[in-house]
Design a protein around this ligand. Structure first.
Ligand code: TXA
Ligand code: MG
Length: 351
């Protein structure tokens, strides 16, 4: 991978300014990556059909080249640039959930460079609902490959400022389209496998997909197959890398009646800890020596998802010794699955 320049003048521009927006489109047309807003997280975008442009995404992010990129479209006609065909059973899924936070893996066309799919025969396609993302893709006239716009291994960015914190000096433009409303990356659905498989849980859950794909499964959810699957066939190449981790170590607290005792015991075992920040999903009484940050005060899982990466980054900036994160109960609500998928990868310890 070519070394990336880190002395560019990075500017945040407002999506509402047409002159500025057209500069970013020109930059994309010149094979340079630009950070753009989407409803899930901010993406680091480049022309998906241009291997030079896409290779720059990998350098800017420090991303391993065996981890494929998702391609973003702004109309169903653009699908034709990426895939030969959409299977009949998949069409109703796209009609229902696009535009939105769902990525579908389909056999790729020859136009998709190998660097995008990391040599795999499939390509991930997503039609984002964010109006600014749609506008930029439409102005470009080509699909945009875009992974999350963080440095590899860091929590995904949900604001333009998060992107700036990670990529300052490495790209020219960050388009500000406000805070991402979903806050977690898209659901990745493999429709080339039998049965169709959710490889990465997100806002579109298996229960939501089941009316359209009755046999859809969530990868790794069958406890009898879990270890074999994870060891022998990581679902997405991205799975084997360290993810979503702030600099401070994260301790995950399982739900349960004795949660308070477990937190107290952890704190009493770490008398050396200078600063402990706890990310909570519901209102709770104060714990001595612990600063509270709320992901939600009411247990609303959509709110927890929206705030998770942002709170991990905010807590990290306060240089704590530990970040304690309250787990969401996967048994109680399927929406917790996407949250726990990210949190368990960020955590170094579970209590
Ligand atoms: O919401 C999102 O999906 C955001 C926004 C920017 O659209 N993008 C995003 O991209 O999260 P990224 O690169 O951070 O995550 C994409 C994941 C990776 O884990 C990658 O391994 C997997 O999708 N993936 C992409 N193409 C794949 C393929 N052909 N086969 C298997 N996994 C694939
Ligand atoms: Mg990512």
């Amino acid at each position: 991978m070519k070394p990336v320049s880190t002395d560019l003048c990075t500017r945040i521009i407002q999506a509402s300014d047409p002159t500025e927006l057209s500069k970013t489109v020109e930059t994309l047309k010149r094979s340079k990556p630009v950070a753009i807003p989407t409803e899930t997280v901010y993406g680091l975008a480049a022309n998906a059909l241009d291997s030079l442009a896409c290779s720059r995404i990998f350098s800017v992010k420090n991303r391993p080249t065996d981890n494929p990129l998702i391609c973003h479209i702004s109309s169903m006609e653009m699908m034709g640039m990426l895939v030969f065909d959409v299977p009949k059973k998949v069409k109703p899924v796209l009609e229902r959930f696009w535009p939105g936070p769902l990525t579908v893996l389909l056999p790729k066309s020859e136009a998709v460079p190998d660097i995008v799919s990391a040599g795999l025969p499939t390509v991930g396609v997503r039609f984002p609902s964010h109006p600014v993302a749609q506008q930029i893709i439409a102005l470009c006239g080509f699909p945009l490959a875009a992974p999350s716009a963080n440095l590899s291994g860091r929590p995904s960015p949900t604001t333009a400022q998060h992107v700036l914190n990670d990529l300052q000096g490495r790209i020219e433009y960050i388009v500000d389209g406000g805070s991402s409303s979903v806050g977690l990356e898209s659901t990745v659905l493999d429709v080339t496998s039998e049965p169709p498989m959710i490889l990465r849980p997100g806002a579109i859950t298996a229960a939501m997909l089941r009316p359209f794909l009755p046999d859809v499964q969530v990868y790794g959810s069958d406890p009898s197959k879990r270890n074999i699957e994870l060891e022998e066939r990581p679902s997405t190449p991205g799975m084997k890398y360290k993810h979503y981790a702030p600099t401070a170590p994260v301790v995950l607290v399982r739900p349960g009646k004795d949660l308070e005792q477990r937190v107290l015991q952890f704190i009493s075992c770490h008398t050396e800890a200078r600063r402990i920040i706890m990310l909570c999903t519901t209102e709770r009484p104060a714990t001595p020596r612990v600063e509270t940050m709320y992901l939600s005060r009411t247990g609303c899982l959509q709110e927890v998802a929206r705030n998770l990466f942002s709170c991990l980054r905010e807590a990290d900036l306060m240089s704590p010794t530990w970040i304690i994160a309250e787990a969401a109960d996967e048994g109680a609500d399927e929406a917790a699955l996407a949250i726990m998928n990210r949190l368990s990868k960020a955590a170094t310890l579970t209590i």
